[in-house]
Design a protein around this ligand. Structure first.
Ligand code: LLP
Length: 388
């Protein structure tokens, strides 16, 4: 049994909506990911954009994960949480001068650089500070990630990375940029990728690009293949922990590494996605003139934006129902917008005012993307460790 079901008596007393985290599941997931990565000596940087709650970050630190950050704010939070700057990677397609200076002051592991102009800017800011910046070049490998187009990042028409056709030119230019130290290559092709093929294609593309660098006399210490490994949103109860063994094995089979090279990963969703869920109460039931049966709940896209933004679907269970017959519902929230719908045509046991529902697989990009639109309060976060 995963998640809130184990803690129902305690959770019923807490006002909804709120996020609930099953910390045993998080720890089991961390055991799995670190032991599978450890087999190959792979390094993991947790992509904190997925969930930057302090308790979650402290747990990542306990398992000795580094951090993948995408803003100065995230770098600062990672450092405040006690993560060593030498374990922090900083990506982001448009870093400000201030963010770059902060990263330089802290001495982070690497800036993942996304354009030729950014390389020049980091070189000049580092020069002015009398420092050398450790840089990984984020190359856009033009690989099809087989995921939702809104979360694809490694296709030629995405805004991310330096196009791989430009690599030759970049290599020429690098020799002029004296305050940069090229430590590696970085890639990230997209998110919620559940097929292994895209990771295989990525590995093969990495091999080719490495050859180009080597031919020009560049030895790269690190290869960072980003994150993106997906989770089972349809049946989280059956697959609470992603198959990390198969995921890492794809890279081990396909990447051609050089002597002493380390491989880095930036995993977010696959680590933290399944341990979190959003609990919400049914406020009203009604049937529209066209016959649609609505269950109106007290959480909306302010708490969980993924369905409205990407058409994403989260498994919904009625925790108050006990084996009643099913009816088909549209589950919608209180926000004054028609996109504020969590599910349509969903068979659920008959719902009544006051029933507690859970929206599962919401640990990643759930609370982190919430807003206070309509002047709603940010949802609370409750941890299983506090209920034991
Ligand atoms: N590295 C980079 C450079 C990234 O941009 C991302 C995610 C990750 C790592 C971590 O990816 P993950 O392992 O979590 O898939 N809000 C969207 C997902 C956006 C992902 C953004 N970048 C969603 O809710 O599906």
């Amino acid at each position: 049994m995963i998640g809130s079901k184990k803690y129902m008596d305690r959770l019923r007393e807490i006002p909804t909506p709120f996020y609930f985290y099953d910390m045993d599941l998080l720890r089991d997931t961390l055991e799995a990911v670190t032991s599978e990565a450890g087999k190959y000596g792979y390094k993991i940087h947790y992509a904190m954009k997925a969930n930057f709650n302090d308790r979650i970050l402290a747990t990542m630190k306990k398992y000795r994960l580094g951090m993948d950050c995408v803003s100065g704010g995230e770098v600062r939070r990672a450092i405040e949480c006690g993560i060593a700057p030498s374990a922090i990677v900083f990506a982001g397609v448009a870093k400000t001068d201030e963010e770059i200076r902060y990263g330089l002051e802290q001495g982070i592991f690497s800036f993942n650089c996304e354009s030729r102009e950014e390389l020049e800017v980091i070189d000049s800011l580092a020069g002015a500070m009398g420092k050398t910046a450790d840089i990984a070049l984020r190359i856009n490998p033009d690989v099809e990630p087989m995921t939702h187009k809104h979360i694809s990042t490694g296709k030629a028409d995405n805004k991310f990375g330096i196009s791989y056709q430009e690599v030759d030119q970049v290599i020429e230019e690098l020799t002029e940029l004296k305050n940069l130290n090229i430590v590696g290559l970085h890639f990230h092709i997209g998110s919620q990728i559940t097929e292994m093929k895209p990771f295989e294609y990525l590995s093969l593309r990495v091999n080719t690009i490495q050859d180009w660098f080597e031919q020009k006399g560049f030895h790269l210490k690190h290869i960072n293949v980003g994150g993106g490994f997906g989770i089972d949103y349809t049946d989280p109860n059956a697959h609470p922990i992603p198959d990390f063994a198969s995921y890492f094995a794809v890279f081990n089979r396909n990447l051609r590494l050089r002597e002493g090279q380390t491989v880095h990963f930036e995993l977010g969703r696959s680590i933290v996605g399944q341990c979190g869920e959003l609990l919400t109460t049914v406020l009203y039931n009604k049937v529209t003139a066209s016959g649609i049966r609505m269950a109106l709940v007290d959480a909306g896209f302010t708490e969980l934006m993924r369905p409205a933004l990407y058409g994403a679907s989260h498994r919904i269970e009625n925790l108050s129902a006990s084996g009643e017959s099913l009816q088909v519902y549209t589950v919608a929230g209180p926000i004054c917008e028609s996109t504020d719908v969590f599910a349509r045509d969903l068979p659920l046991p008959i719902t009544r005012r006051g029933d507690l529902l859970r929206l599962m697989s919401a640990g990643a990009y759930g609370r982190a993307m919430s807003s206070n639109y309509n002047l709603r309060e940010f949802p609370r976060e409750i941890f299983s460790d506090d209920l034991n």
